[in-house]
Design a protein around this ligand. Structure first.
Ligand code: SF4
Length: 399
């Protein structure tokens, strides 16, 4: 009883407090607790990346991070107390989440912790772009404190750069793993060295291989992000083949596709404008991804491929290698076999959020007719370029 009363009082104090969170996380971490260990990106030069441009990298002190973790703990305790007060015995159910979200006085952090408890993922993602740049002992201290404050967390993940991981010893990585870091997401983007250089990624294919193998040897799960489209119309073949070759040598746990988009705020936009870079069209991209998947060696590679990023045209290109390889290729072939108008309707529907699979085209005739009518209207007014620009504007909302 006393505990409940204390919680309610704390709730009044805690609900307007925020702790620091960064701007992005991987799509599969949408329901994870987000904690910021470092700010922005220490490299920040990749031509295609809009995320941290104009923002300065900084380390956060261990004390600062611990204070955020403690705040998150206090907020979680408050929300549990609110559940008790409402008669739900500490469960974060629909009624409790509604009570939190409907109160305009609750801070963003308060809402985000409520969502995390509601979904019950027990997962935590550490932001921002490259947390392995922290001193090993500092990172260990943070991970230890996190486990102390949130023993229910079962998965801790982060982003890191290959060049940074190379500088850590295997021994350090093993200690970091033992302290609770389960998975690292690496932005591999491509395995093709001339393209890595052109895009100013600051790493070579060989270094990606060394990093990936080292992380896995340390017992850390590895998720490699690949960027279809990065080679443009000039280098798409080399990009697809070299990337598959590098991944065949790493055999990471996950290969995640995140297709290139070039909004005006990224440096690569200048190359697009001056004609030195040509984007792959959606249809070309389908062919490129097909070539890439075909070259992931069926016998030796056992990675799980995902296309869960909203910028990907074909979300169903997902599965576990080697068994699902043919099924993934079949998804692409099915798209390629559609008529010109159906491919266009699918592209608009997918980018507008109406479709997730080419099967959806046949399942909802009303949506199909509406999208077709929209396309005809835009074509009449602005021609084929108008439809392309409509599709681009829809995708670029997510960049
Ligand atoms: S290393 Fe990652 S976060 Fe940093 S600029 Fe490159 S893509 Fe962006």
């Amino acid at each position: 009883m006393n505990w409940i009363f204390t919680g309610i009082v704390t709730n009044m104090k805690q609900n307007s407090i925020n702790f620091e969170q960064g701007p992005i996380r991987p799509p599969n971490e949408a329901r994870s607790l987000l904690l910021r260990l470092t700010r922005n990106c220490p490299w920040n030069r990749c031509l295609f990346c809009p995320v941290y441009k104009g923002r300065k990298f900084s380390l956060r002190s261990v004390e600062e991070i611990k204070a955020d973790i403690q705040t998150a703990r206090n907020i979680a305790d408050d929300i549990k107390a609110l559940s008790w007060k409402l008669g739900y015995s500490g469960n974060i159910n629909d009624a409790v989440i509604s009570a939190v979200l409907d109160d305009p006085g609750n801070s963003e952090s308060y809402r985000s912790i409520a969502g995390w408890l509601y979904y019950g993922t027990h997962a935590c993602f550490l932001q921002d772009a490259d947390n392995l740049i922290m001193k090993t002992d500092d990172l260990l201290a943070v991970l230890k404190f996190l486990k102390e404050k949130f023993p229910q967390i079962t998965r801790v993940t982060t982003y890191a750069r290959s060049r940074t991981v190379i500088r850590k010893s295997l021994e350090s990585l093993k200690r970091i793993r033992a302290a609770g870091l389960d998975r690292v997401h690496i932005g591999l983007e491509t395995g093709y060295d001339p393209l890595l250089k052109l895009m100013k990624k600051g790493v070579t294919g060989e270094q990606h291989v060394e990093t990936g193998r080292k992380l896995m040897e340390a017992g850390i799960e590895l998720s490699e992000y690949v960027m279809p489209g990065l080679g443009g119309q000039e280098m798409w073949r080399e990009h697809a083949l070299a990337t598959a070759r590098v991944l065949n040598r790493i055999n990471p746990h996950f290969i995640r596709l995140r297709s290139l988009r070039v909004p005006q705020r990224v440096p690569l936009y200048r190359n697009l404008r001056d004609g030195s870079f040509s984007m792959q069209t959606d249809d070309m991209l389908a062919g490129e991804i097909k070539r890439f998947i075909e070259n992931l060696e069926g016998i030796t590679i056992t990675s799980t491929v995902t296309s869960d990023h909203i910028m990907n045209l074909l979300e169903e290109v997902s599965g576990k290698l080697p068994d699902d390889k043919d099924r993934m290729l079949a998804v692409i072939k099915k798209y390629q076999a559609l008529s010109d108008i159906d491919r266009l309707i699918y592209r608009v529907g997918r980018r507008g959020g109406a479709y997730r699979s080419t099967d959806d085209l046949a399942q909802d005739p009303q949506t199909y007719r509406k999208i077709k009518a929209l396309i005809e209207e835009v074509q009449q007014k602005d021609g084929a370029a108008g439809v392309d620009s409509l599709i681009s504007s829809m995708v670029d909302r997510y960049v």
